[in-house]
Design a protein around this ligand. Structure first.
Ligand code: 13P
Length: 330
């Protein structure tokens, strides 16, 4: 592992005005997304959508890296090109989702993330295909006695083991512990507590596994109230509580924090990121940026709706959102 190289890549991934596009929806998730616009989930349709995004003119001005799903990296796009070649031409880093989803754990309402046993072997191939960074997601539910200590520790160890294998292979790990903060009726304080506990465990285990903090990125949720909570916080409070938790838990050597959008609307995800940077940017050790999936794709996906005559407009809408999010982080 070349430590300096990992740091250089991680730093570039969160360079000013830049963030990450999460286009790594699994087959199941992408099928759900396509269903919302009435499009059949065939390999061709999934590839057309991803081609629309990477071919959008100027995408490289806002997006430093794209997280891909295995099938997108492996198969030619409908235009006959490999996605890795297009991204290399545009100077966009290639990332790969390496987790294989989750399996029931503990009380069966919680989950543990699968795929550790195959990582080393898969990286040999992904590196040849051009990948320089990876992503692994652990998921935590908020509820009675959840996240449990067992799930926090198990998933933190899973994330640490993934980060270790990833750095050893010479790729930058994006460590994604996602607390499903929008699900439920809990208030923002509860989200803050749970997110803090999850992140504490994650960094405790990353440290025990000797992960080089300067060669990784953290992808957390923002601190939000559950959707059904009657007392919905304003952007200032979300920014304040989110940054407070991060300051308590994230080592200063980590070059960047790239938020997931987690079901926020594109406008909300943009607004909260903007608020955090407006209020705190000047005294934070790390960059606050984005690794949005839905918040970047949702509007454009709807415009496209599977029709070739809508592609140009979908690309325009996609780029407009990328620009807004890029300006929000500054
Ligand atoms: P969302 O921004 O849609 O939450 O997706 C980000 C992601 O990569 C989830 O793993």
């Amino acid at each position: 592992m070349d430590k300096k190289n990992l740091f250089e890549i991680a730093k570039k991934m969160v360079a000013p005005k830049k963030g990450i596009l999460a286009a790594d929806e699994s087959l199941k998730t992408m099928t759900k997304r396509l269903e919302t616009i009435g499009v059949e989930s065939t390999l061709e349709n999934r590839s057309i959508w991803r081609q629309i995004m990477v071919e959008a003119e100027g995408v490289e001005n806002y997006i430093s890296g794209i997280i891909l799903y295995d099938e997108t990296l492996r198969n030619p796009l409908p235009n006959g090109k490999m996605i890795a070649d297009i991204l290399k031409e545009k100077g966009v880093f290639i990332g790969i989702k390496t987790d294989e989803g989750t399996y029931k754990f503990n009380n069966h309402e919680e989950t543990f993330t699968l795929g550790l046993d195959k990582l080393e072997k898969r990286y040999e191939e992904y590196k040849q295909m051009g990948a320089v960074f990876a992503k692994w997601r652990a998921v935590y539910k908020i509820g009675e006695d959840m996240p449990s200590k067992a799930s926090r520790v198990a998933n933190a160890i899973g994330l640490a083991q993934y980060a270790l294998i990833t750095q050893k292979a010479g790729l930058v790990p994006i460590v994604e512990p996602e607390v499903l903060v929008l699900e439920g009726d809990h208030d923002i304080e509860k989200s803050e507590e749970e997110t803090e506990e999850v992140l504490e465990d994650v960094f405790k285990w990353l440290e025990r596994f000797n992960i080089d903090f300067s060669g990784m990125l953290l992808k957390p949720n923002m601190v939000l109230a559950g959707k059904e909570c009657l007392n919905q916080p304003k952007a200032e409070e979300i920014a304040e509580r989110t940054v407070k938790v991060l300051k308590k838990t994230v080592p200063k050597e980590v070059p960047g924090i790239v938020f997931l959008s987690g079901g926020l609307s594109p406008d909300e995800a943009t607004e909260y990121l903007k608020k955090m940077n407006e209020m705190y940017k000047s005294d934070l050790p790390w960059q606050l940026s984005y690794s949005y999936g839905r918040a970047l794709q949702q509007e454009a996906l709807k415009v496209w709706s599977g029709k070739s005559e809508n592609i140009a407009q979908a690309q325009k809408v996609f780029i407009e959102r990328c620009k807004k999010v890029s300006e929000a982080r500054g």
